[in-house]
Write a protein that binds this ligand. Structure first.
Ligand code: 8DG
Ligand code: MG
Ligand code: MG
Length: 146
C-alpha cells in the first residue's frame, strides 16, 4: 500500500507565566529531542486553541491555568526527521489559576521535567527547541506590556 501523503498539523503551545518566568521542559519526543520547549500538543477535532492549550498543559504538567490569550502563530517545517513533519504552531500565554501550584512531569516518556526559567535570553536553558529559539532571537516577549 502507498504511504499516506504527509499533511500539516496544528500544534498549540503555551507560555505559562509566573512572575518573570516561563515553564519549559526538555523534550524526549523525536522532534526536538533534548531541547527545551513549551508545554503543548496537537489540536484535536472541534477544540478551540484555548481548550487545547489548557488540556495539554494539564495532561503534561498537572497545572491548571487561568484564561489563555492568543499571542502568535508560526509555520514550522521539520524536514530532517525520519518522518518529515510540518506544524502550524499557535502560541498562547496564560498565568496559573492558583500561583502556588507546582508542575509535575506527567508524561516522563516525552519530557525530562518542568522548571520555571526567567525570560532573559542569557538565562534561558540551552538548547531551546528551534521554533522557540527563533522567537527569542527575534526579540519576542510573551509577557503583557506593563
Ligand atoms: P499530543 O499527543 O499530546 O497531542 O501531542 P504532543 O506529543 O504533546 O505534541 P508535541 O510534540 O509536544 O507538540 C506538537 C508540535 O508542536 C511539536 O511536535 C512541534 C510543535 N511545536 C513548536 N514549538 C513547540 C514548543 O515549544 N513546544 C511543543 N510542545 N511543541 C511545539 O513548533
Ligand atoms: Mg501532549
Ligand atoms: Mg507536548
Amino acid at each position: 500500500m502507498e504511504e499516506a501523503k504527509p499533511v500539516p498539523r496544528v500544534g498549540v503551545v503555551v507560555f505559562v507565566l509566573k512572575g518573570r518566568s516561563v515553564l519549559l521542559g526538555r523534550r524526549r519526543s523525536s522532534i526536538g529531542a533534548s531541547t527545551f520547549a513549551l508545554p503543548g500538543g496537537h489540536l484535536e477535532f472541534g477544540e478551540s486553541f484555548e481548550e487545547c492549550g489548557g488540556r495539554e498543559v494539564k495532561e503534561e504538567t498537572g497545572l491548571e491555568m487561568g484564561k489563555a490569550e492568543y499571542l502568535t502563530v508560526t509555520n514550522n517545517l521539520f524536514l530532517d526527521q525520519p518522518k518529515p513533519a510540518h506544524y502550524v504552531t499557535v502560541f498562547l500565554r496564560a498565568e496559573l489559576a492558583d500561583p502556588d501550584q507546582v508542575p509535575q512531569n506527567l508524561e516522563p516518556d516525552k519530557c525530562d521535567g518542568w522548571e520555571w526559567y526567567e525570560w532573559d535570553k542569557d538565562k534561558l536553558p540551552q538548547p531551546l527547541f528551534w521554533p522557540l529559539d527563533q522567537m527569542v532571537r527575534s526579540g519576542f516577549n510573551p509577557f503583557p506590556s506593563p
